[in-house]
Design a protein around this ligand. Structure first.
Ligand SMILES: C[C@](O)(CO)[C@H](O)COP(=O)(O)OP(=O)(O)OC[C@H]1O[C@@H](n2ccc(N)nc2=O)[C@H](O)[C@@H]1O
Ligand SMILES: Nc1ncnc2c1ncn2[C@@H]1O[C@H](COP(=O)(O)OP(=O)(O)OP(=O)(O)O)[C@@H](O)[C@H]1O
Length: 288
């Protein structure tokens, strides 16, 4: 049995440049991993089947599961005859904007690369992952990165300055496709990506807070006003800066002062079932 950790990501910035002919959007976004992670176990089997075991009731256990798709793709590409039983212990909230499914797929690619002794580089696994979903490439590498293209072109960046991150997810699910569909690309307020890059290069916490931005935030807020409410609450409880991650609905807030962490956490717990206090790990998966 082999184990892989599958950490969640947050978007420090998310910009959309234009809509492409293939229907996807050309993005420019800075993402970083946090230490809230699913656990993925891979057990080799000899019957040639891919089995998904998952306790979370909203997660599919068939070929719709992104971890299944990752295993299936690797098996076909490298003519593997063995099967695998994939057990997912979900800790990352589902359909939350935290790339839970993408990270499970990425962890499955990394794990099967070891189990089946394929010797593939992180770049190769990320390229395979891109066929499964736009966030999978980043999740193969982890760490902090600028992602462009559809999200699959990755440039590594320094880890963000140290702070606490409070994650809170309202009890709604958001479809990423719906949010992109409702975006009017000609009328977006572009985030300060250059400012965020500079903040990371210089380790400037205030600048990082000031440069947070996500063009999908107003779209999701318009459809789900609960997200506005949650962001306002987090600001009122004392977070230094607050933003929605990905297509939402999870909202994250940065805090430096330890004493404020429990105040914000406990305050939000009164309204929201899913609240987590985590850190940005900056941890990159190095395979080579
Ligand atoms: C919102 C983010 O999570 C930010 O990290 C990503 O941009 C979306 O990543 P993802 O969930 O892995 O996305 P995918 O599974 O590839 O695509 C879901 C749907 O989102 C839309 N989509 C996604 C990525 C992109 N660059 N442009 C898009 O328009 C497409 O309608 C697509 O059908
Ligand atoms: N391993 C998986 N874990 C969670 N959801 C999965 C998984 N595989 C497929 N799914 C499906 O994908 C949908 C979106 O789940 P996920 O948690 O990946 O969303 P997300 O955090 O919004 O992802 P992203 O930030 O990449 O858009 C779920 O509703 C579920 O049906």
């Amino acid at each position: 049995m082999l184990y892989e950790k599958a950490p969640a990501k947050i978007n420090l910035t998310l910009d959309v440049l234009h809509k492409r002919e293939d229907g996807f959007h050309e993005v420019e976004m800075i993402m970083t991993t946090v230490d809230l992670a699913d656990r993925v176990w891979l057990r080799p089997t000899t019957d040639g089947k891919i089995i998904i075991k998952v306790s979370e009731r909203f997660v599919p256990n068939d070929r719709k599961n992104l971890a299944y798709q990752a295993a299936d793709m690797l098996r076909r590409m490298y003519s593997i005859r063995d099967g695998v039983e994939i057990t997912l212990d979900k800790r990352i909230p589902v359909a939350a904007g935290l790339a839970g499914g993408s990270s499970d797929a990425a962890a499955t690619l990394r794990g099967l690369n070891r189990l089946w002794e394929l010797g593939l580089s992180a770049e190769k696994l990320a390229a395979i992952g891109a066929k499964i979903g736009s966030d999978v490439s980043f999740c193969v590498h982890g760490g902090t990165a600028l992602a462009t293209g559809r999200g699959e072109k990755i440039e590594h960046l320094p880890a963000p300055p140290n702070c606490w991150v409070i994650l809170a997810k309202p009890a709604i699910s958001v479809s990423t496709a719906d949010i992109y569909r409702n975006l009017d690309v000609a009328n977006v307020q572009h985030p300060n990506t250059a400012g965020m890059l500079e903040a990371l290069e210089t380790g400037d916490y205030e600048k990082m807070c000031a440069s947070l931005g996500n063009v999908l935030e107003p779209i999701t807020m318009n459809i789900h006003p609960q997200v506005i409410d949650l962001k306002e609450k987090m600001e009122r409880f004392g977070a230094d800066a607050v933003l929605m991650s990905g297509s939402g609905p999870t909202v994250f807030g940065f805090v430096r002062q330890e004493a404020r962490v429990s105040r914000i956490y406990n305050g939000l717990k009164g309204f929201c079932k899913e609240v987590h206090a985590v850190r940005m790990t900056g941890e990159r998966f190095l395979l080579d």
